[in-house]
Design a protein around this ligand. Structure first.
Ligand code: AMP
Ligand code: ZN
Length: 473
C-alpha cells in the first residue's frame, strides 16, 4: 500500500508542498488561527473557517503531531467600538456577550478549543503591540503621520505583497485603515496605531505616540509572537484574511524579528449563499441558533460545513442540510449494525482495511475531505452488504469499529448519547416482542410497520429485535 506524505497547499507559494514542520523530531507544531471579531454572534460562514481549522488540527493529531494552537479574539476594532457606542455600554461588556456565544457555538459544533484564546485588549498584548511598533519606527519601517496615527511604510518592506501575489502599484485602499488617506505616504500604508478620536469614547491606551488604540493587524502579530515565538508552523484563516490582514502580519512580524514568520499559510474558501459570500454586511447569514431552531443539530451543521474541500467554495442550501442529516443517519445505522455483529468480541482480526487506509491518505492530501468521505461511505456500503449476507464475522466487525474510532477522532461526528427510543416507539416495540413470543407473526408485522411510520427500523436478530433510526434514501 502506498504511503503518501502529508502535503498542503501553501498560499505563499501557491503550490502543494510536502509538510515539513520546524522541528520534526519533537512532533510539536505551533498553529495560529485568526479568531472572531466579537461585535456580533459569529455566523456559520465564520464557522466554516473554524471547522476547517479543527479538521486540520485533528488530522495532524491523528498523524502523531502534538498541536499547540492559539486563536485570538479581536475585541477592539472599528466594529466593536461602534457596536458598544450604539448599545451605550462599555466595550468590554459589549464584547463579553459575543465571546460567551462564540464558546457556546464551538462546543455545539465539536470544535476543539485552542490551547489559548488571547484577547487583544489584554494589557500584556497591548504592551507587546506598542513594543513592536516602537521597533518598527526605530527601523524606519513605520512613521507617525500628521493625524498622529502610526503607519507601516510598505515601500520599506520589499516582500510586501508576496503572500497575496500583489503588485504594490495596484494596491487599493481597504476598509480597515484609517479613512483619511492624505496623511499617509502611500495609499497602501496601514495603521499600526490609531490616534484617539471622538468616536472612540473612552476606548484608549497611552502610548509614545499619544492616546489611541491598536490597528487590527498588529493585534495578531503581537499575540502570535508573544505566545508562539518568532516563527510558527501553520497560520490559517479565510481567504478574505490574505490581504491586507495576513500580508500585514508578515510585514510587522518579520520587520521586528527579522525571521521568517510562518512556514505554511492555509486559507479556506468562503461559504456562499446564492453565489455570494455569507457575510454580516450582506445580511445573508445564519447563526448557529438560527439553524438549531429549525431542528438541526450541531453535528448536522458540522457535517454540512465540513464535507467540501476547504479550498472550494461551499454553497449553503437547505438540501445540503438534509443531505448532512441523511449521511449521519447512515453512519449511525451502520455503527449499530457493526456493534451487533461484533457482539462482545474484544480481539481484532487483522483484516485488510484498504478503504480505511484510503480515507486517511485522502486527508494527507491537502485535507481532501470529499474524497475521504467517499471512502467512508464506500466502506459503509461494502460492510453493510457483507452484513446483509451474514458474511461479516465478529472480528472483522470489531476491526471496522476500531478503525471508526480513528475516523471519528478526526471527523467528530458520532452520535453523542446512546440512541434513546421515544416512549411511543418503546411501547410498540414491547408489544411486538410479546407478539413474537406468541408467534403472532401477523401482529408482529403490523407493529413493525407502525414503528417504521414513527421513523424507526426493526431488525430481528438471535438476541431479539433491535431498533435503529430509519434512513430514507
Ligand atoms: P471576522 O470575524 O470577520 O474577522 O472573520 C473570522 C473568520 O471567519 C476569518 O477567518 C474569516 O476569513 C472567516 N470568514 C468570514 N466569512 C466567511 C465565509 N462566508 N466563509 C468562510 N469563512 C468566512
Ligand atoms: Zn488575525
Amino acid at each position: 500500500m502506498k504511503n503518501m506524505s502529508l502535503r498542503f497547499f501553501n498560499t505563499y507559494s501557491r503550490q502543494l508542498e510536502d509538510f515539513e514542520p520546524r522541528d520534526p523530531a519533537s512532533r510539536k507544531l505551533d498553529i495560529y488561527t485568526c479568531g472572531p471579531t466579537v461585535y456580533s454572534r459569529a455566523h456559520i460562514g465564520n464557522f466554516r473557517a473554524y471547522i476547517f481549522e479543527d479538521l486540520l488540527q485533528r488530522h495532524l493529531e491523528l498523524r502523531g503531531y502534538k498541536v499547540h494552537r492559539v486563536m485570538n479574539i479581536t475585541d477592539v476594532d472599528d466594529k466593536t467600538i461602534r457596536g458598544a457606542r450604539e448599545a451605550k455600554i462599555a466595550l468590554q461588556k459589549f464584547t463579553e456577550q459575543f465571546k460567551q456565544a462564540f464558546f457556546e457555538d464551538i462546543e455545539t459544533l465539536r470544535i476543539k478549543r485552542a490551547d489559548e484564546f488571547p484577547s487583544a485588549t489584554d494589557q500584556r498584548y497591548i504592551d507587546r503591540m506598542i513594543e513592536m511598533i516602537n521597533t518598527l519606527v526605530s527601523r524606519g519601517l513605520a512613521y507617525q503621520a500628521e493625524d498622529k496615527s502610526v503607519y507601516f511604510r510598505i515601500n520599506k518592506f520589499p516582500d510586501y505583497g508576496k503572500l497575496a501575489h500583489f503588485d504594490l502599484t495596484q494596491l487599493q485602499s481597504t476598509g480597515r485603515v484609517k479613512h483619511d488617506e492624505y496623511d499617509k505616504e502611500h495609499i497602501g500604508d496601514f495603521a499600526l496605531w490609531k490616534a484617539w478620536d471622538e468616536e472612540d469614547g473612552d476606548v484608549a491606551w497611552e502610548s509614545p505616540w499619544g492616546r489611541g488604540r491598536p490597528g487590527w493587524h498588529i493585534e495578531c502579530s503581537a499575540m502570535a509572537t508573544a505566545l508562539l515565538g518568532d516563527q510558527i508552523d501553520i497560520h490559517c484563516g479565510g481567504v478574505d484574511n490574505i490581504f491586507p490582514h495576513h500580508e500585514a502580519e508578515i510585514a510587522q512580524s518579520e520587520g521586528v524579528t527579522g525571521k521568517k514568520f510562518v512556514r505554511y499559510w492555509l486559507h479556506c474558501a468562503h461559504l456562499l449563499v446564492d453565489g455570494q459570500k455569507m457575510s454580516k454586511s450582506l445580511g445573508n447569514f445564519y447563526t448557529l441558533p438560527d439553524l438549531l431552531k429549525k431542528g438541526y443539530t450541531g453535528r448536522d451543521i458540522r457535517y454540512a460545513l465540513m464535507r467540501v474541500h476547504y479550498r472550494a467554495p461551499l454553497n449553503f442550501t437547505w438540501e445540503g442540510m438534509e443531505e448532512a442529516r441523511q449521511a449521519l443517519a447512515r453512519i449511525d445505522e451502520w455503527l449499530v449494525r457493526l456493534r451487533e455483529t461484533a457482539g462482545d468480541k474484544i480481539d481484532n482480526k487483522n483484516v485488510d482495511l484498504e478503504l480505511g487506509q484510503q480515507f486517511e491518505e485522502a486527508l494527507d492530501d491537502d485535507l481532501n475531505i470529499s474524497a475521504a468521505l467517499g471512502f467512508l461511505f464506500e466502506s459503509i456500503r461494502e460492510t453493510n452488504r457483507a452484513m446483509d449476507r451474514g458474511e461479516l464475522d465478529a472480528a472483522s466487525a470489531k476491526a471496522w469499529l476500531n478503525w471508526w474510532e480513528r475516523v471519528n477522532s478526526v471527523l467528530a461526528l458520532e452520535i453523542e448519547t446512546a440512541v434513546v427510543l421515544p416512549a411511543d416507539v418503546a411501547q410498540l416495540a414491547e408489544q411486538r416482542e410479546n407478539a413474537r413470543r406468541e408467534k403472532n407473526w401477523k401482529r408482529s408485522d403490523e407493529l413493525r410497520d407502525r414503528i417504521l411510520e414513527l421513523g424507526w427500523e426493526t431488525r430481528d436478530t438471535k438476541d431479539g429485535q433491535k431498533l435503529a433510526p430509519h434512513v430514507k434514501v
